[in-house]
Design a protein around this ligand. Structure first.
Ligand code: ZN
Ligand code: ZN
Ligand code: ZN
Ligand code: ZN
Length: 712
């Protein structure tokens, strides 16, 4: 990625960058646009180191560190770009101009040619193979039918296994698919009988009755001997007659948690946010939420489905490509064989929208080593319609981003912060080529009307195409600051709530959540229901106060300098949260509840013992009974103990109530101070709320990696 030649000699581009960086820092003493360094930051870390760190952070938002061919592709381009060409690139002011200019560079097309075999080869081979298969099937008409029958039998067998596992809903689905896929007519009575049983277990007697009736009808087509036929008929009729009186005693094993209700109902203009939030804009903090009314801990503030979300390639075989739930009976994409779905609905929805384009380029994207953010940059387009993007162009380009409200539409995504005024030329350069690479993929996918090969006519690009590529470049910038990690809750032991981890499974862009500012001491916690994100309060927030979430570094776990460095490197801002301003100690150095709450009941000054019964305030000199001093501390301590005990009993709803009450009481007592038990309680509340989300109880042989930054 970095433009260094193999000999160790720094390339022209890198050299120029160093000069540029120094010039800006030393001549203006304000922010350097590359390392965003000011004098204060120099104390924290050496300028050189920070610059490297920030560049690395930025690079990682484009592609993964080691794997993939994109880095070689980019290095090859960088090697061929002359000083004059780079200078000319630096003069381009808009994303449109950057794309248009880079498209004219001979380096791009020369490199594209040399990357052709690895870039194009695999998918071309694949489609040739598929064509061949098609021809053969055409020659032997039964081939296709035979294939279908094999599939039907496999699905029918799987449905039997699912019945044993008591996964009745999934079994019904497999039976339906099997029937659609040419399951032999002679044996259909068995499948309908099984379907009847499943519906019966699911508490759906009407559906069960229909299934049993069809099963009886199908017996006529069976090739059973007379005696066996009669036995089957009696069995099925018996099951059917039992239906009226039977009450289902098996619960539905695949119930999906519904989205919770928002505190006070939905906001009148921000549909995914609570009425108790309001959006503010100012020069210091940009756009952010404040509490429109007092908010207690444990309340639902935002509930939002992603505008676009991508599953990590490493999870393709374990999670649904569309809704991100764990796969029990995977349904594969019939064409690319790279992605799997949990249901026919998910498969059809993906297949009729983004996956119809992405199906043919999944392999190329994986092989390129593009970051998951680059995939989303593409997905934002493939999930939409080309004509809509073209029609919206004028309005988008004219629109004032500061006036845009959080909403589930492309205009909101388009106007999210890109920080283009702080972005270095080299960063723009790398991003432009990633955008152009994604654009080539898009061309190959059929999303654009022209499906160019890398022949002579590939050099042509239309005005519409430059605009579409410029949108990709814009997405690559805004996703760097606005995308969120998606987690699932992994419980290592069903009985023990504390044995919980969050596992990182994908990334999404959430327009409403993107408007939250960061604090190292967050006011909210988040959990996921599939891909939908739920934001809940984890502290009491007073009317008018900012409501902030956390982008990664939490003050209880990371020291001030580390937090500031990672936020500057990754998100380009200097944190001003209470924990940073007051340099709060990390968890190990925090005072406990006792040491803070034992104080003068009148002025809260520190007290000194006079004798066994009395203590004197060192501030107001007033004497108080030890008993009066201790009572509130003992009361709140016992509340804390109760909360922890209830949590260990696994009574989540009750634990949330008690924890919320404890947090509220503590916060009124200690104002805004870091106290160990308070943060443990907030952590516990976060854990309890997390169990409302997508949860997976892991078996012991599986190991999981804990999640890192929630923002990506
Ligand atoms: Zn799904
Ligand atoms: Zn596919
Ligand atoms: Zn902070
Ligand atoms: Zn006092």
């Amino acid at each position: 990625m970095l433009p260094e030649k193999k000999s160790g000699q720094v390339s022209r581009v890198a050299f120029r960058l160093t000069q540029f960086c120094q010039r800006r820092v030393f001549s203006t003493s304000s922010f350097c646009p590359i390392c965003i360094s000011n004098s204060k930051m120099d104390e924290i870390d050496g300028l050189g180191q920070l610059t490297d760190f920030r560049r690395l952070c930025s690079d990682l938002t484009l592609q993964t560190k080691k794997e993939g061919f994109f880095k070689d592709y980019l290095a090859a381009i960088v090697d061929q770009v002359s000083e004059e060409e780079f200078q000319e690139f630096s003069k381009q002011q808009t994303d449109y101009d950057r794309i248009r200019y880079c498209w004219t560079l001979p380096a791009l097309h020369k490199t594209m040619k040399s990357f052709r075999p690895s870039y194009r080869g695999k998918s071309a081979d694949d489609s040739a193979k598929r064509r061949e298969q098609g021809n053969e099937a055409f020659k032997e008409k039964d081939y296709r039918k035979a294939l279908k029958t094999t599939l039907a039998l496999a699905l029918a067998n799987r449905s039997a296994v699912l019945v044993h596992l008591k996964e009745y809903q999934l079994a019904v689905r497999d039976i339906q698919l099997s029937l659609q896929s040419n399951y032999p007519e002679k044996q259909r009575y068995k499948l309908y009988d099984r379907m009847g049983y499943c519906h019966q277990q699911l508490g759906e007697p009407a559906k069960a009755r229909v299934a049993y009736t069809v099963a009886l009808d199908c017996l006529a087509q069976s090739d059973l001997e007379l005696h066996a036929l009669e036995q089957w008929r009696q069995t099925i009729e018996k099951s059917r007659s039992k239906l009226a009186s039977s009450n289902s005693n098996t619960s539905n094993t695949t119930t999906v948690n519904e989205l919770p209700e928002l505190l006070g109902g939905a906001h009148p203009t921000i549909p995914n946010a609570s009425r108790n939030l309001s959006l503010k804009v100012d020069d210091d903090c940009g756009r952010y939420y404040v509490a429109a009314d007092d908010i207690k801990p444990g309340q639902t503030l935002v509930c939002e489905k992603p505008y676009a979300a991508c599953l990590l390639p490493g999870k393709f075989t374990s999670h649904c490509h569309h809704c991100f739930v764990r796969l029990i009976a995977p349904l594969g994409c019939m064409t690319c064989r790279a992605v799997f779905y949990c249901s026919v609905e998910c498969r059809d929805e993906a297949g009729s929208t983004y996956h119809q384009y992405e199906c043919g380029i999944v392999d190329i994207l994986t092989a390129s080593g593009s970051s998951i953010l680059s995939w989303i940059a593409l997905r934002i387009l493939t999930k939409g319609k080309l004509e809509d993007f073209l029609a919206a162009r004028e309005q988008l380009e004219k629109g004032d981003g500061r006036l845009v409200q959080p909403a589930d539409n492309y205009s909101c995504i388009y106007h999210l912060a890109t920080l283009s005024h702080l972005r270095s030329d080299k960063d723009f350069f790398d991003r432009t080529f990633m955008a152009l690479f994604l654009f080539q993929c898009l061309r190959a996918s059929g999303f654009l009307p022209t499906r160019h090969r890398y022949e002579e006519d590939a050099l042509n690009i239309s005005d519409d195409e430059i605009y579409i590529a410029s949108l990709l470049l814009r997405h690559l910038q805004l996703l760097q600051f606005n995308a969120h990690e998606i987690h699932e809750f992994v419980q290592l032991n069903e009985k023990n709530m504390r044995s919980t981890k969050t596992a990182y499974i994908g990334v999404g862009i959430y327009p409403t959540v993107a408007f939250f500012n960061h604090s190292c001491r967050p006011d909210v916690a988040r959990y996921f229901l599939g891909t939908a994100m739920v934001i809940t309060s984890s502290r009491s927030i007073r009317r008018g106060q900012m409501v902030a979430e956390n982008y990664g570094p939490i003050f209880t776990h990371k020291h001030l300098t580390d937090r500031q460095q990672s936020l500057l490197g990754r998100y380009w801002f200097q944190c001003q949260c209470p924990a940073c301003k007051n340099n709060w100690p990390i968890y190990d150095g925090m005072p406990d509840m006792e040491s803070v709450l034992i104080c003068c009941p009148l002025c809260r000054g520190p007290v000194q013992s006079v004798n066994a019964s009395y203590a004197r305030c060192t501030k107001c000199k007033k004497q108080s009974l030890w008993e009066a001093i201790r009572r509130p501390v003992d009361e709140i301590s016992s509340l804390y103990q109760t909360a922890m005990r209830i949590m260990d009993l696994g009574q989540v709803d009750k634990a949330i109530q008690v924890l919320s009450l404890y947090i509220e009481m503590m916060e009124t007592l200690v104002d805004d101070l870091p106290i160990r038990e308070l943060f443990l309680a907030q952590e516990a509340l976060r854990l309890c709320l997390g169990t409302y989300g997508t949860k997976y109880v892991a078996t012991s042989h599986l190991s999981f990696k804990a999640a890192g930054n929630p923002k990506v």
